[in-house]
Write a protein that binds this ligand. Structure first.
Ligand code: WQD
Length: 340
């Protein structure tokens, strides 16, 4: 029973996870509505793994079409649920879009899990559920706080829905992975981050600035109470994050977990400032980055990074790549897509 459904599997994290799953011997079926990804990503996955995943173009908000499409795949043993809208700023402007997609889509998917006996479920959650933590590093016991965006609220609601459903459904087992800040790309540069439009996130903005796509990076504030005044995050290589999904799926299949609902911090355990990311990028790319310090971005957390003890102990997983590996691979990918 090694066939897994990846919703949103053509996205940044989904595509890297598809590669790691296939390399670990799993068969992968990708369901994606292509709203924030492109069909060419399938070519990249095939180039790396030598095998083309089955692809279903569907939207989880359309239950009947998804039910119909899955008729061909009654042997799926698990689901990794990536499909969701994820732009914090957009979620403030269009909250209903986020509740329809991120919550409505999840509820439809849980109905499909029941119809197709897909009992092992991995959920793409986020450290955003912690809000602004009082104590660092954050552990899984760190209390979550009221989300400061509808996007963050959908991640918290989804975790609650999954916990309640797992506890009420004997055969259903779930692991939520709370991602910190995934950056970088596969060493082959065949897949990577493909933000549509102006990037909201730091790493793609850096690489697009270095590639001449953007004139200058804005550093959002250098007056935080941190080592150099810029905000701290736990950046994790997207391949390390992808491997965490493989480990989590294996643990669900081995049925070794004590409870039916579990959640783990997936980070490196190290906090890096914006300036440290810029310094690493300049070191690994040899490019001097054009940037200016501007006002803080509304809603930004001054500092957050993970305690990853639990993921190491229970999932037998820990991050292997360092910040230079991340910025180097991000630049390799940007050079590839910019033909530099
Ligand atoms: C990182 C740091 C910015 C852009 C968000 C979501 C999180 C996840 C990842 C989906 C911050 C600074 C950024 C720029 C900058 N998304 N920055 N100039 O906000 O930590 O997390 O994206 O899963 O859920 O909340 O990531 O990359 O936007 O910002 O100075 O042009 O870089 O202020 O300190 P963030 P980010």
């Amino acid at each position: 029973m090694h066939k897994v459904l990846l919703t949103g599997g053509l996205g940044f994290i989904g595509s890297h996870t598809a590669v790691e799953l296939m390399e670990a011997g799993f068969d992968v079926v990708i369901l994606d509505n292509l709203s924030n990804s492109s069909i060419e990503v399938l070519d990249g996955i095939e180039k790396i793994s030598g095998k083309r995943p089955v692809f279903i173009q569907q939207d989880l908000e359309d239950y009947d079409s998804c039910f119909e499409a899955l008729q061909q795949h009654k042997d799926l043993s698990g689901v990794i649920h990536f499909a969701a809208s994820k732009a914090v700023g957009e979620s403030v402007e269009f909250p209903i879009k986020y509740y329809n997609n991120n919550i409505g889509g999840l509820l439809n998917l849980l109905k499909l899990c029941r119809e197709y006996s897909m009992f092992n479920f991995i959920f793409s959650s986020s450290c955003t559920v912690y809000g602004i933590p009082d104590v660092l590093p954050v552990t899984e016991s760190t209390p979550t706080k009221k989300a400061n965006s509808p996007y963050g609220a959908t991640k918290q609601m989804a975790e609650t829905i999954l916990e309640d459903y797992s506890n009420a459904t004997k055969d259903f087992h779930c692991i939520a992975l709370r991602y910190f800040n995934p950056i970088g790309s596969h060493e082959s540069a065949e897949i990577g981050e493909l933000p549509l439009g102006v990037p909201a996130n730091l790493m793609p903005f850096i690489t697009q600035t270095a590639a001449g796509v953007r004139p200058k990076l804005k550093v959002f504030g250098n007056d935080y109470q941190t080592k150099d005044g810029t905000a701290i995050r736990d950046y994790i290589h997207v391949v390390d994050l992808a491997k965490a999904h493989v480990q989590a799926l294996k643990k669900l299949q081995e049925e070794v977990l004590q409870t039916r609902y579990n959640f783990y911090n997936i980070g490196t355990g190290k906090g890096c400032s914006v300036m440290e990311v810029i310094d690493s990028f300049e070191r690994t790319s040899g490019v001097t980055l054009a940037y200016e310090v501007t006002a803080r971005r509304k809603g930004d957390v001054p500092a957050i990074f993970a305690d990853t003890t639990l993921a190491k102990e229970v999932l037998d997983w820990e991050a292997q790549y360092d910040l230079d590996d991340m910025t180097r691979s991000a630049w390799n990918w940007q050079r590839k897509i910019s033909n530099l």
